[in-house]
Design a protein around this ligand. Structure first.
Ligand SMILES: Cc1ncc(COP(=O)(O)O)c(C=O)c1O
Length: 501
């Protein structure tokens, strides 16, 4: 008889009911073959006694297992593991404590996508400080307000049509709120037909590239560029064409030359602050880019991921605000304004493109999170989103100023950087005498995570030696702390340098 007493471990203060724990474990033993088909199970009284639990708990577990088809009762004979269960790789019962192990290898072939694999520089989970790519400080997110509104709209009287299947284009209330919010803040001229809600900007980039690119079609990006966008374009089959980026953003005259020799399908641009270098695309280049798009009939994917963060002057309006002929696909979202886990973004384009994007989205994600979308619509209408934006803008500006002044005063001899006019990160170029590799190795000793994948900025091996250092997610104390540690790291590297003979 299977030794239930020694092999069923029930935890009394667990969130899971005892009878369900018992079910889980019996199912586990059946699946592993340790309780093969037709094995007789002990009576409920005996098992309850062995496990020191109430008999009703065993009866409830047996009823559940019977209803799921794992066991069966044969009148006058007792309870048995169902006889007709298929036997899959039976394992023999081992009286030593069995270990739970995660599966490493699939038992079937599948496609691997090398271009999507990232060089992760660190596997450690709990670093004391992280230099990120330019993320918001999620500790500032208005989570109480979000929870309050969310709770309110889930009250019975409101929620009826929010819990059912809804529009793949997104919650209508949010689309309407966004139309007036974006028309006001970004000078757009759109209606609800031009907008679809996505799960963050990334879904917008993905949908746009899937609709635009077919194998061998050419998409132009800057050198260097946001690596995830590059990967998305490659995944869609597109061929990446690179043009230089200088202190005015993408080099549009290089694009013009390219248009003379190749058919260009799309141009990807982070116009407000180029990712990663943070420069703003100049007004003249914006006009020229729009002119070329009309002349050569290509699409502009304008990823305006950090439009709301500008510290010195008013932001330059996006290309989309000047798009007379329907060439611009405009992408943005709330993950940077509120928090990365609030996965709400938007895709803006002519109606025919939006409808097609919605059809494509349907096959992977039937619709967004309607309750959260409705919550956000209310927050936009009451002005909460704008108020939050203004609040964090002041905080991030102070953090940028502190971060840059400390970087300048303490680490100037190692880096070149410009103070960014906006955004959440500084583009820091390390002097060529040093490598991020050695800094990373030292940083590990101090439990500092140097950007989750610091090699990605040199995706094309251009050797610029730069990374983005996010300042927005660090408070004042953390910034001081980080710069102190970086100073120690550089002093150590300097000290360990072999003198040049
Ligand atoms: C340039 C750029 N575009 C798009 C995204 C994706 O943003 P989301 O989290 O809204 O999908 C990011 C995220 O960091 C980004 O840096």
């Amino acid at each position: 008889m299977f030794p239930f007493k020694n092999n069923i471990n029930l935890i009394r203060d667990s969130n899971r009911n005892l009878y369900l724990q018992l079910c889980d474990q019996v199912i586990g033993y059946i699946k592993s073959g340790k309780l093969p088909p037709s094995t007789k199970l002990p009576g409920s009284r005996k098992l309850a006694e062995d496990l020191c639990i109430h008999r009703k708990t065993v009866i409830a577990a047996y009823e559940e297992l019977i209803s799921q088809g794992w066991i069966e009762t044969i009148p006058a004979r007792g309870t048995f593991v169902t006889g007709s269960l298929p036997i899959i790789n039976p394992e023999y019962f081992d009286t030593s404590n069995s270990q739970i192990s995660s599966k490493e290898k699939s038992g079937f072939p599948f496609l691997t996508r090398l271009h999507l694999q990232r060089n992760s520089s660190s596997t450690a989970q709990s670093k004391i400080l992280r230099i990120d790519d330019g993320s918001p400080d999620h500790r500032l997110a208005p989570i109480e307000e979000i929870a309050k509104i969310y709770r309110n709209i889930t009250k019975k009287s409101h929620h009826d049509d929010l819990l059912t299947y809804g529009s793949t284009h997104g919650n209508l209330a949010l689309r309407k709120s966004l139309v007036s919010y974006l028309n006001q803040t970004r000078g757009l001229h759109i209606t609800v037909d031009n907008i679809m809600i996505t799960r963050g900007s990334q879904m917008g980039i993905y949908l746009a590239s899937k609709l635009l690119l077919s194998p061998k079609s050419k998409i132009v990006v800057g050198t260097t560029n946001y690596m995830t966008a590059d990967n998305t374009f490659k995944e869609a089959g597109g061929q990446i064409e690179q043009i230089p980026v200088d202190n005015q953003g993408l080099d549009i005259s290089a694009l013009e030359k390219l248009c003379l020799t190749k058919k260009i399908t799309a141009v990807y641009v982070t116009s407000h602050h180029h990712h990663p270098t943070t420069v703003t695309l100049s007004a003249k280049r914006r006009m020229n880019l729009l002119r070329l798009a009309q002349q050569y009939n290509f699409a502009i994917i304008e990823d305006d991921y950090d439009y709301d963060f500008h510290y010195s002057n008013a932001p330059i309006l996006p290309l989309a605000s000047n798009d007379k002929r329907g060439n611009v696909i405009y992408i943005g979202g709330f993950t940077k304004i509120i928090a990365p886990s609030i996965r709400i973004g938007y895709l803006i384009a002519p109606k025919d493109f939006i409808d097609e994007a919605a059809s494509l989205r349907r096959i992977i994600d039937r619709q967004g999170d309607t309750l959260l979308e409705q919550t956000l619509a209310q927050m936009i209408n009451t002005g909460d989103v704008l108020r939050h934006c203004n609040k964090v803008l002041k905080i991030y500006k102070n953090r940028r100023d502190l971060f840059c002044s400390l970087l300048k005063s303490k680490l100037n001899e190692y880096f070149d950087f410009e103070i960014p006019k906006g955004g959440m990160a500084v583009w820091v170029k390390l002097h060529k005498a040093y490598t991020w590799e050695e800094i990373h190795a030292e940083a590990e000793k101090f439990d500092i995570e140097l950007n989750s994948d610091w090699r990605r900025y040199d995706n094309d091996n251009s050797g610029h030696n730069g990374i983005r250092m996010g300042f927005a997610s660090l408070n004042e104390e953390e910034i001081y702390n980080l710069i102190d540690i970086l100073t120690i790291i550089f002093n150590t590297i300097q000290k360990n340098r072999k003198p040049i003979l």
